[in-house]
Write a protein that binds this ligand. Structure first.
Ligand SMILES: [Zn+2]
Length: 258
C-alpha cells in the first residue's frame, strides 16, 4: 500500500494554545500530542492499529499536560499533527523528522519522499509550530516573565521487546538545573523516577529545548511518563495530581537558588 502524497496545498497546521492567560512561569509544551494524519498525507500506508499506537504520537501526554496546565495555571501549547507526518521535536534535517521506520514499524508513506516533499511538510507543520512556540516565549520575555519550559511526553512500556522499569523520566539538555530539582522532588510521587531515562539529549530528543530554551537561558526539562500509567482520562488526572506538586516544588527550589 502506498500513500498518495500531494502536499502542495497542505496546511499550515497551527499549534494549539490553551490557557493563554495562565499565570504560572511554566510553559507546557506537547510536541507529540496528536495522532492526526490529515490530508493530503492520510494514513501513510499504516493500519488503524498502527496509527493508534505510540509510533504515531505520545498516548496520554496531552491529557496529562492539560491536567498540569489546570493545576498550575500554566499555558499549554501542543502540535495538531502526528509525528509521523512531521516530528516537531526534530530539526528538518534529522532522519526522525519524517521517519521511514519507527521502532519495528516501517512507514510506507515516508519511504521515498523527495526534497520538495520534505520542504512542504516542514512549511506546513514544523515552521508554524516553531514560530508559534517562539512567539509565546518571546512575548513573555518581553513582558519580563521569563518562562520555564517543560515538555510533556510519554513512552512505551515495552520497546524492541524489552520492558522498561523507569516510570518517570526527567531529561535535560545543556542546563540540568531544573531536571535535578524535579528529580529531587519526585520521591513523593512513588514513581520510579530517573534522570535522562529512557533516553537522553545524546539521542537527539531535546531539539525543542535546544532551540527554544537554551538560547535564552531559560530553565527547562523534558518529562517522559510511561504510557501505561496514563492510559485513560482518570489515570491522566491522577498523574497530574502526582506531578503538579513536584513541578511546583522544583520551581520553588529554583527560585530560592537564583
Ligand atoms: Zn514524545
Amino acid at each position: 500500500m502506498r500513500a498518495e502524497v500531494r502536499s502542495d496545498k497542505a496546511g499550515p497546521f497551527l499549534p494549539v494554545i490553551e490557557n493563554a492567560t495562565g499565570q504560572s512561569p511554566v510553559l507546557l509544551v506537547c510536541e507529540h500530542a496528536s495522532n492526526a494524519l490529515p490530508a493530503p498525507w492520510g494514513n501513510l500506508g499504516l493500519s488503524p492499529d498502527q496509527t493508534r499506537a505510540h509510533i504515531a504520537w505520545d498516548p496520554g501526554a496531552l491529557g496529562l499536560a492539560r491536567g498540569l496546565a489546570q493545576r498550575l495555571d500554566a499555558t499549554l501549547i501542543h502540535a495538531p499533527v502526528s509525528r509521523l507526518i512531521y516530528d516537531c521535536n526534530r530539526a528538518p534535517d534529522m532522519p526522525g523528522a519524517m521517519p521511514i521506520r519507527s521502532e519495528v514499524h516501517d512507514i510506507p508513506g515516508n519511504a521515498a519522499i523527495s526534497a520538495a516533499e520534505r520542504l512542504a511538510r516542514t512549511q506546513a507543520v514544523y515552521l508554524p509550530w516553531a514560530n508559534g512556540l517562539h512567539n509565546l516565549i518571546a512575548a513573555r520575555i518581553a513582558q519580563g516573565r521569563r518562562p520555564v519550559i517543560v515538555t510533556i511526553h510519554s513512552f512505551t512500556p515495552i520497546y524492541h521487546g524489552r520492558p522498561r522499569a523507569v516510570e518517570f523520566g526527567i531529561i535535560h539538555d545543556a542546563d540540568p538545573t531544573l531536571a535535578r530539582s524535579i528529580l529531587a522532588a519526585s520521591p513523593q510521587t512513588g514513581l520510579n523516577a530517573q534522570l535522562n531515562e529512557p533516553y537522553s539529549a545524546a539521542d537527539d530528543v531535546t531539539h525543542t529545548l535546544r532551540l527554544h530554551a537554551t538560547p535564552y537561558g531559560l530553565q527547562n526539562a523534558m518529562l517522559e511518563i510511561r504510557n501505561d500509567l496514563i492510559a485513560d482520562p482518570q489515570a491522566e488526572a491522577a498523574m497530574a495530581d502526582r506531578l503538579a506538586p513536584v513541578l511546583a516544588a522544583a520551581l520553588h527550589a529554583a527560585k530560592a537558588a537564583a
